[in-house]
Design a protein around this ligand. Sequence first.
Ligand code: BGC
Length: 920
Amino acid sequence: MLKSILLGLWLTATGALATTVTLSDTRCEYRENPVGVDTPAPRLSWVINAATRGTRQTAWQILVASNPAALAKNQGDWWDSGQVNSDQSIQVVYGGKSLVAGQNYFWKVRIWNQANQVSDWSQPARWTMGLLNAADWQAKWIGFSTPTNSVVTLPKSGSYPLQPAPFFRKTFTVGKAFKRATAFASALGAYELHLNGQPVDTDALSPGWTDFNRRVHYFSYDVTAQLQRGDNVLGAILGDGWFASYLAFTGKRHYYGGDCRLRVQLQIEYQDGTRETIGSDDSWKATTGPIREADLLMGCVYDARAELPGWDKTGFDDRNWQPAVVDDTVKANLVAHPGEPIRRGEEISALKITEPKPGVYIFDLGQNMVGWARLLAKGNAGQQIVVRHAEMLNPDGTIYTANLRAAKATDTYYLAGQSQRAYEPAFTFHGFRYVEVTGLNYRPKLADVTGIVLHSDLPRTGWFECSEPLVNQLALNSLWGQKGNFLDVPTDCPQRNERAGWTGDAQVFMKTACFNLAAPAFYTKWLDDLCEDSQRADGAFGDVAPSLKIVGFGNTGWSDAGPICNWRMFEMYGDTRVLRRHYPALTRHMAFLANTSKDFVRGTGAYGDWLRLAGPQKSDAIGTAYYAYTAQVMAKIATALGETADAEKFHKLANDIRAGFVKNYLKADGRILDSKNETGQTFYALAFGLDLVPDDLKTKIAEQFVAALHQQDDHIATGFLGTPFILFALQKAGHPELAYKLVLNKTYPSWLQQVLWGSTTMWERWDGWTPTKGFQSPGMNSFNHYWLGCVSEWLFTQAAGLDTDGPGFAHIVIRPEIVKSENGFSWVKAKYNSIHGLITSQWKLDSDQFRLNVTIPGNCTATVYLPAAALADVTEGGKPATTAEGVKFLRLENGRAVFEIGSGQYEFVARRIPRGEHSK
Ligand code: BGC
């Protein structure tokens, strides 16, 4: 705190600031105006936009009111914090009166800067509490059938039993003027909630996927605008979702046991202050309709002849509907979903139609995507149209579906028999670029198929562009990989019968994920799946979360997702609450590692350097390096939590493991050999990447690292555990030019070779398809697996040079790694909407001149590194950097001039860049 005030003071000299400050992005629990918050003390954050350089916050005041009028009069009847001296503008914990279930809270904030000038209040924001206790739920669990508790196993052949999705409706009357209506909904299954003829949201597959036996989410909706005086109808469709569809590779439906159930509660607040609750119960009516089958992996069978027009509106005749079945046996632990639901996103037009066989039409969307296809079709009533999905084509132009394994990914429509109209499946999703349509009596037009993209609805936060167009496509592929694998759970792949929350994949990609999309609430949810719901009694975390009982536990790089992903929450968002919540689980995990290692040496367990092309997959050198990583991360977590004794303990552990690594595997000639005398690129990637290399051996080990690359003709050969580290490691070994080379290689194996082969997402394997060998084994050949997309972390933090130093980007580092343009990039433009606000780093390299444009958000500071031999070679805004407003020279360091800046926009130019810095 003192440090930050002092820092602020040297920036104040420039004059008045407060008039130029606005506050925006007011968030509660990471979301803007969230509905359904169930933490008793939510955390608030805001972004400080300041035209003046060096703006810092020295104090804040928050008002929280029960109604907008009170807030407008500056009356915080629920909380008036008063002026709190603090530079904290994120993760500020609500400190007012106890919050009441279902209530709206209106809030605003103002801040003081370092000159003690106060800003205007932020625009009013709002959050709505969820249902906080089991007793707040008056609605009952309802269904369409009586409880059976059946788990169904996929038959080896023949048809598989699926059930129709029931429709529910409830008519009720609103007899007086109302102020507000909030709906709360959950399902053992997946629901779509309607009110008066319209869905209440564009969400799909809500409430998502958890281990339903441990935790079930609900979502909350403000439906005030959809409610009306007089008669109303609440409607819901109940699909199988993750609860009852064939799940991953378990081969089972109803994996969690039991039948699909629905729970809906509508709360109406009337103008006269009274309240009414309409809850699901046996007065609701139910039937089945057009959705004959709907399964996540298999697809949907939709019979348009059985549609129920107007089923969700008043005036519909439901006399033939049956009463819903109330199921009092459901014992679900219902909690508010901490993040956004999965929603329909962009729509993708088809680019091309082919007809590889008569009557078989294949639409190419030009983008491997996840969601479903909307089909415009016409035909006779009951005419069957079959829509299949694939990521790739066979050489004969037909769709390649072998890699989908047991997932049928097929939607079947029985047409309504009208003129042309749109058809969409329900309660399913597919991973595909190609859509095959059969059963039409005519040749369709391009516009007849549109891709509807589906993913957890997270705003984009990161943009990366550079002088190499293929790298720009690669960065987009990484983003598309994330979208397709972010359906409530971070999954490995979205197309085959797997789609599971593989923990290793999650941890190698998480920092990239947090650059690409606003992911903190998404991971808050998943860290419960991982740390609270999937841990084994001995402390090992599962290979997948939500847990599936057919995979292992405690494997190196997978189980370690526990500490690593929690750490990322602190690094990217300054979140200590999530660390505190899972700390007991994380320390149990450390006990597991201690109990299953010997003399600080660990093996890799089941997967090791999964999908590597050369070098050992399983090795004690890899396992031990990862053990050091986990201990290092735990030391940082314990420090962040103020657990000093633990911090020291983990720090010592990390040092002991490092010493063991050095003793056991580092040879005097610089080679790294494991106990079987094997070596590979991943060993060096981990040794440098995790700072396991002693200074005296650094040069020799770096030489061996380079030799290991040369052995592969300077091509990458690493798998899951080496790839995330190798580029960073090459820089640390003094070879940024080789890091660039691996990123820019256009021959196999490389990232850009896949782009040149037409990839639009990240492939599971370096050799998923090659011109000489064709497709890899279909048993494991996804074309949408985000793990290799972790290269974007390097693009953002090294090529653009934009990273956080400490938690949540309060202090930022701008340190682009440059090499000669012909060996690297000649320009880069990156933007990141951090939790503190927008950061940009844009640079351009012209012969020996380097221009860097930087934006730093209010209340943040940054250390900026420019290639320069002398301070005199650097200007900012056209003036010598030493005289530029708000720019403080710190030092010259290894061919770089280092400056400290505060918020604002800056243009640095460095002339006469030292040869050594960019000549490699
Ligand atoms: C998944 C991976 C996962 C792995 C474990 C595969 O089937 O698709 O991404 O991490 O198994 O090695």
